[in-house]
Design a protein. Structure first.
Lengths: 158, 310
């Protein structure tokens, strides 16, 4: 199936953000990491498992009337490394951004270990996770050193 | 190097240098000579969890070197009980002292404190995480007995899951190419990530529940207490309490120069009948806590111990 027909699944947006090439099945996690949920009033479209030449299958998320910042997009690196982001203004791509996973994830998610020092919500230092390896994804808490499970991590979004 | 949080903060060369400095400090540790190398310096002892040996040996080490010590005191009467964060406590003590020794029930607390502090932090135990100053005294004891750290057969036994001493020690032993046998009840196996790290570093690691079958080929048998305070569920504790009880009768076929170590306190994992054998080394080990901590305090405060190579 062509890219065009993929795009027809959801209509083009006038203003907002399109996140394309999300690994298939990860779109819901993307919404969680962006804190898009019940309280979100702008239109959000989501397609999952659509064919992709590059990836075999992929997910796409479109958020209307909201331009996601680089800081917000950095949060997505955990589940959507390599995804491409387009900021849309008046139906045209105004800016292209990428989501890359660095060596450290700062203040995006909390360590999942129940006895980690960062479990005290009043402790003021940043939540920091170290990325040991991207393939396979291996993440450990900077402070307690415990390995982090991705499924549990996305439940700990800050 | 700012502080000592995990053994990863020291290279093998650093470790050997600290142990060499500790050798030179032995007469001062015994009180035979006066070496006021840290005169005018202040150590802050921040112990948020009970400690006898670690706290006292830090205090003794600092005082033997002519330095002074201030203590957090009883956590139940300090500002911690009023809800002060670790960050704020560390900020305050950081201003009062030149170096901090710390023990905390939460894992990662020492790294956190180091990120919050200007002065070096010595991790005296963070939850079930690390205990690198104990590892330094363990290595000192091993080197005293065997003349080397490399290429030894070491059995680590008991509570490997929650035992922070064995977490730090196993990392160091792996780096010196020791062969490591991990003997524990199934419930108290070494955390997966540590075993993976040890194997990834190329170490030979064997896991077993059979402690007694591993004794005969060992150079070092390192026993640990099964720590009741780490169990949320007492039934789980009862299942594994007393799993290993090393008795003199188990030592008939062991190597002549094999040493038995224990970070202490012991409950019943080493029978007193072992105390009188040539193998028992745990009381010397406890004494070595003073001299290795003296060497670490000097190193982290940037003070050379006289007698080393220029």
């Amino acid at each position: 199936m062509s890219n065009e027909s993929n795009m027809r699944r959801v209509t083009a947006i006038r203003n907002g953000t399109v996140i394309d090439h999300i690994p298939a099945g990860s779109a819901l996690r993307v919404l969680e990491l962006l804190n898009i949920g019940r309280d979100t009033s702008v239109p959000v479209s989501l397609v999952m498992n659509v064919p992709s030449k590059k990836m075999g299958a992929k997910d796409i998320v479109k958020v209307e009337d909201r331009e996601l910042t680089q800081a917000e997009l950095d949060r997505l690196a955990l589940v959507a490394e390599g995804a491409s982001v387009a900021i849309i203004r008046a139906y045209a791509v105004a800016e292209k951004l990428e989501i890359t996973l660095g060596d450290e994830i700062v203040n995006v998610v909390r360590c999942t270990f129940s006895n980690c020092i960062t479990q005290n919500p009043r402790e003021p230092l940043a939540h920091r996770l170290r990325v040991l390896s991207k393939e396979p994804l291996q993440i450990r808490c900077h402070y307690c050193g415990r390995p982090q499970d991705l499924d549990e991590l996305v439940q700990n979004v800050i | 190097m700012t502080g000592l949080i995990t053994m990863a903060d020291l290279t093998n060369e650093d470790i050997v240098e600290v142990l060499d400095a500790a050798e030179r400090l032995l007469p001062a540790a015994r009180g035979e000579v006066h070496m006021p190398l840290l005169s005018g310096r202040i150590l802050g002892n921040l112990f948020f969890e009970p400690s006898t040996r670690t706290r006292m040996s830090f205090e003794t080490a600092m005082k033997r070197l002519g330095g002074d010590v201030v203590n957090l005191g009883d956590v139940s009467t300090s500002s911690v009980v009023k809800g002060e964060t670790l960050f704020d406590t560390v900020q305050m003590v950081d201003g009062y002292t030149d170096i901090i020794a710390m023990r905390h029930p939460r894992q990662g607390a020492a790294r956190y404190a180091q990120d919050a502090a200007r002065v070096p932090i010595l991790n005296g135990g963070d939850g079930a995480g690390h205990h690198p100053t104990q590892t330094m005294l363990d290595l000192f004891t091993i080197r005293q007995a065997h003349g080397r750290l490399e290429d030894l057969d070491v059995v680590l036994a008991g509570d490997l899951r929650y035992g922070r001493t064995v977490h730090s020690l196993s990392h160091a032993l792996a780096r010196f190419n020791c062969r490591i046998v991990l003997a524990s009840p199934e419930l108290l196996r070494m955390p997966r990530e540590i075993v993976e790290d040890l194997r990834a570093s190329g170490a030979s690691v064997e896991e077993t529940t059979d402690l007694y079958g591993s004794l005969d080929t060992a150079d070092v048998v390192y026993m640990t207490r099964i720590q009741k305070e780490r169990f949320a569920d007492e039934d789980e504790y009862i299942k594994v309490a007393g799993a290993y009880k090393l008795h003199v009768k188990h030592l008939g076929e062991v190597r002549q120069d094999m040493i038995v170590m224990h970070p202490l306190p012991r409950v019943d994992e080493i029978h007193p009948s072992v105390d009188e054998t040539r193998h028992a080394r745990y009381f010397e080990q406890a004494f070595n806590g003073v001299v290795t901590r003296m060497a670490l305090l000097c190193r982290l405060l940037g003070v050379d111990v006289p007698g080393g190579e220029a």
